[in-house]
Structures are given as structure tokens and as C-alpha cells.
Ligand binder design. Structure first.
Ligand code: KIV
Ligand code: ZN
Length: 515
């Protein structure tokens, strides 16, 4: 690998996915993994195989399918963890086992109840075991930034001698500062015997809002792998945002001395949109690079400048990260071809029956709505493609609401193919709909979050609703899209219930997860 090339290690499907509200099912993870491969990430951390059967299966499925990106599974240093990661990666073309143990005295004393010597033995044993399964082994010293730096030298020396080729220095609690992190990285690269045989890596959390700055500072100090996530999702305040690191390197070659990544920048925006659509977590409008307002020039003086010469206020172009124009993209005269091309641009590769279903929904919508925007198309895909077996199918809904009448929902559903009807009242129309659904589907799930987005502007906006349900420790997100927000809400609730039912039918019980 050229010394100028920074590896992008994407942990959206592991560190990102384990944060609240960001969980994905197998099909969703596969879809995102395919997009990450198109984006050009070097390694995809696909999950933590011992954490749950679902994680194991996702890592296995992603490993079996991907061709270009390396696929990585996380493991603590215990031998069962390492073995489980190796099993999940059996079919990977370029497998990597990522093993980790905490190295700070705080963690040794309060969490691991081990002394430093014992941790060194664990590192040695786990890395050797992992090397028995594959050549590419990464070792992480969890809570490195609060660890004694001379002890870290010993830890990484042990890992390299045992065969690790990547040494990761996580700022697990988002505590470090750019200059301090850069100094630590320089120290380790200089002092760890055999450091020239390993790539040093950064893994930052954003508790103090410094994850990207810290990562970039460490890159300048010699780190050659950045661990990051799309949209910066991750534990607590999140991880280093992939798009911010990549575009900082691209936009400031003078500062980063021509360091670059293999990322295809035009896939950044489609990746961001796909993730946000799948997990139902909107990107904040002011989020750097991918937020709605990141390229919106509101002030008159700025608009005037941009019209005269974009360089006056734009340090990069929206096109460079693959942001399609927000103008009308398709209308009712658009055919399958244009529709398919547009979905591809947005990062959705769908075929066969899924494609036909999405196209039918597009045509229906185009009959009701003059202008179809990219966000409408994403909502259509979320509603009709990222679906599962439809145990519960929406048929009809009628609502009585307002200031005189008690909110009442009359709902018709197909439950296991059989038409059923219920009428319920509630404190508002949504409450009435959800009560009718819960009655017909005999659901015990708790409604944890309900979110409405008018995904495109104007009177004929398409409403996109996300519903988060919890049951027996499992949390799922359902999406629904329709010009009528009540119908979109019903569909989102049913989508979530279909997911819960799918999980139950596969395993008999819901299964909580996490490290
Ligand atoms: O934040 C952290 O320390 C981690 C490790 C497992 C790498 O996510
Ligand atoms: Zn982390």
C-alpha cells in the first residue's frame, strides 16, 4: 500500500449499528454493505459475530457476497469470540479478524479485574489464535487514550510480535484532544518495536465533538487507517464521520500532503441517504457535507457571490459528493429506464419483483403528485423494497377527526391473508389508528418513537413516517410513505410489526444485542 493512501475502515455496521435507533436487519445490512463497496471503502466491519445469532448471520452473509472490500468481524480476546468471528468470515475473500481488549488502568481495575501482565497474555494469545485463521489481524487497545503510553508500547509490541498487521488506538470515550492524540500516535509509531510492520489506525468517538479533528491530527502524525461511519453514527455522540474525513483530505491536499483515500466521492451522498432511509434517522440539516443545508446559500450576498463564481463561497461542489440536483427528477411520463437509473444514482440496486413493485408505487404517486423528488423515490424504496414477508398488509383506512368528533379510525388489514376490520378511538387520530392495528395484529409491542417527515416540500408533499417499536428487548424501525400522513403512519407501524413477526418466526424469541 502506498504510504500516501489512507485506508478507510467502515464500522457503520458494527459501532454504528450498535447505537440506539440504528439497528438493521440482515437484508438492510446487506444492502448497505453493497453500497459501502460501491463507495470504495477498504474494509467493512460487518458486525460482532459472538454478540448474537443475527450479528453472526450478517457477517457471514456479507462475507460471502462482497468481492472488493475486505470484511471484518469483531472479537474480544476470549478464544470463543475469536473462533466465532473466524467461522462467520469463512467465505470472505479478504477476511480480517479484529480483536480488542481494554488497556487503561481504569478498565483493568473496574471492568476486567486483570493486571497488566495478564492483559499482555490475552493480547498475545488472541492475536496468535486469530492468525491461525487468517493473515489479516487487527488489534485494538480499547480506551487507549486513557492508557499509560509506555504500557501501550508493550501492548502493541506484543500484538505485532504475535502477528497483528493493524494496531488501532481507540479514543473509546471521546476524551482526547487533537494535539494530544497526534503526540500519542507519533510516540507509538516511534517507540513500538516493529511498528514499521503494522499500519497504525485511529478510532475516535465524538463525545466532545472532536472525532474528525482528532482523526485528522493523528493522520498527520502517521496513522494510515481511519475507522469511521457514514453520517458519523455510533455509540453515544457517534464515531468519526467518514464523509467529513474523506472530503477534508480531498479539499486540503496542501495540508494533508497529498494523502488520499480510495473512496469514490460521488457515492458519498447516496450512501448517506441510504443509511438514513434504512435506519429512519434523519441527517441534521446543518451536518457537514451531507446535511440538507450543507450547500444551501441563503444570505443574499452569498447567493450573489456563488452565481458570479462558485469558488467565492463553495470549497467543494455538491456534484463532487454525488448530490443530485434537487429539481424535479421524474414525472408521470417517466418510464422504467429513467426510474431505474435514478434509483441507481441514489444507491438502490433493485431488480425483479422488488423493482416492479417500486415502479408501480412510483406510477401511483406520479398520478397524485405533479413533482417527484429524489426523497420521494427513497421513501418509495423504503416502503416497498426494504420489506419482509407481509404477515400484516394494509388494505383501507378511514379517519374521523377534528374538534367535534372523538378521533376514530376504521381500519381494514389482511392478517395472514385474511381480511379483518377494526374500529378504535384514541386521544388523536394516530393513537386511534395504532390501537386498531394493535388489536388486529394482537401486538404487545411498545411504541418507542414516532417520527414524521414531509420528505418533499409543497402542498403535495409525500409524508414519510418512521415508527420504532420495542418488544422483549428487541427494537425495530418501520417506514411508511404516502401523501396522506395517516396512511403513512399505519404503514410504518405495520412495517415494524412485520419485522418483529419475522424475527419471532426465525428464532422463536426476540434477542437483545450489544457488546
Ligand atoms: O470504541 C472502541 O474502543 C471500540 C473498539 C471495539 C475498537 O469500538
Ligand atoms: Zn468505538
Amino acid at each position: 500500500m502506498s504510504n500516501q493512501l489512507i485506508r478507510i475502515f467502515d464500522t457503520t455496521l458494527r459501532d454504528g449499528e450498535q447505537s440506539p435507533g440504528c439497528s438493521m436487519n440482515l437484508e438492510e445490512k446487506l444492502q448497505l454493505a453493497r453500497q459501502l463497496e460501491r463507495l470504495g471503502v477498504d474494509i467493512i466491519e460487518a458486525g460482532f459475530p459472538i454478540a448474537s445469532e443475527g450479528d453472526f448471520e450478517s457477517v457471514q452473509a456479507i462475507a460471502a457476497e462482497l468481492k472488493d472490500a475486505g470484511v471484518c468481524g469483531l472479537a474480544r480476546t476470549g478464544s470463543a469470540d475469536v473462533e466465532r468471528a473466524a467461522q462467520a468470515l469463512e467465505k470472505a475473500r479478504s477476511p480480517r479478524i479484529h480483536t480488542f481488549i481494554a488497556t487503561s488502568d481504569i478498565h483493568l481495575e473496574h471492568k476486567l479485574k486483570m493486571n497488566r501482565e495478564r492483559v499482555l497474555e490475552e493480547v498475545d494469545r488472541a492475536v496468535r489464535q486469530a492468525r491461525g485463521y487468517c493473515d489479516d489481524v487487527e488489534f485494538s487497545a480499547e480506551d487507549a487514550t486513557r492508557s499509560d503510553r509506555d504500557y501501550l508500547v508493550e501492548v502493541f509490541k506484543t500484538a505485532i510480535e504475535a502477528g497483528a498487521s493493524t494496531c488501532n488506538v481507540p479514543d473509546t470515550v471521546g476524551y482526547t484532544q487533537p494535539e494530544e492524540y497526534a503526540t500519542l500516535m507519533r510516540y507509538l509509531i516511534e517507540k513500538v518495536p516493529g511498528s514499521d510492520r503494522a499500519v497504525f489506525s485511529v478510532h475516535c468517538h465524538d463525545d466532545l465533538g472532536l472525532a474528525v479533528s482528532n482523526s485528522l491530527a493523528a493522520v498527520l502524525a502517521g496513522a494510515r487507517q481511519v475507522e469511521c461511519t457514514v453520517n458519523g453514527i455510533g455509540e453515544r455522540a457517534g464515531n468519526t464521520s467518514m464523509e467529513e474525513v474523506v472530503m477534508a483530505l480531498k479539499t486540503r491536499p496542501d495540508v494533508f500532503r497529498d494523502l488520499d483515500t480510495k473512496i469514490r466521492a460521488q457515492e458519498i451522498y447516496p450512501s448517506s441517504r441510504m443509511l438514513s432511509t434504512i435506519i429512519g434517522v434523519p441527517v441534521p440539516p446543518n451536518k457537514a457535507i451531507v446535511g440538507d443545508n450543507a450547500f444551501a446559500h441563503e444570505a443574499g450576498i452569498h447567493q450573489d457571490g456563488v452565481l458570479k463564481a462558485a469558488i467565492t463561497y463553495e470549497i467543494m461542489t455538491p456534484q463532487s459528493i454525488g448530490r443530485p440536483s434537487n429539481e424535479l427528477v421524474l414525472g408521470k411520463h417517466s418510464g422504467r429506464h429513467a426510474f431505474g437509473d435514478r434509483l441507481k444514482e441514489l444507491g438502490f440496486e433493485i431488480e425483479g419483483e422488488e423493482f416492479q413493485a417500486a415502479f408501480r408505487r412510483f406510477k401511483d404517486l406520479a398520478d397524485k403528485k405533479k413533482t417527484i423528488y429524489n426523497e420521494d423515490l427513497e421513501a418509495i424504496v423504503a416502503d416497498s423494497v426494504i420489506g419482509l414477508d407481509q404477515r400484516f398488509e394494509f388494505v383501507d383506512l378511514s379517519i374521523l377527526s377534528g374538534t367535534f368528533a372523538e378521533p376514530t379510525a376504521t381500519l381494514a388489514l389482511k392478517v395472514d391473508g385474511e381480511l379483518q376490520k377494526a374500529t378504535s378511538t384514541g386521544i388523536g387520530p394516530i393513537d386511534a389508528i395504532f390501537k386498531a392495528i394493535a388489536e388486529l395484529c394482537e401486538s404487545k409491542s411498545e411504541l418507542e418513537r414516532f417520527q414524521v417527515n414531509a420528505v418533499t416540500g409543497g402542498m403535495d408533499a409525500l409524508g414519510e413516517v418512521s415508527v420504532t417499536l420495542g418488544e422483549d428487548g428487541r427494537r425495530v424501525i418501520g417506514h411508511g410513505a404516502h401523501p396522506d400522513i395517516m396512511v403513512a403512519s399505519a404503514k410504518a407501524y405495520l412495517h415494524a410489526l412485520n419485522k418483529i413477526s419475522w424475527h419471532k418466526s426465525r428464532r422463536g424469541s426476540a434477542e437483545p444485542r450489544g457488546i
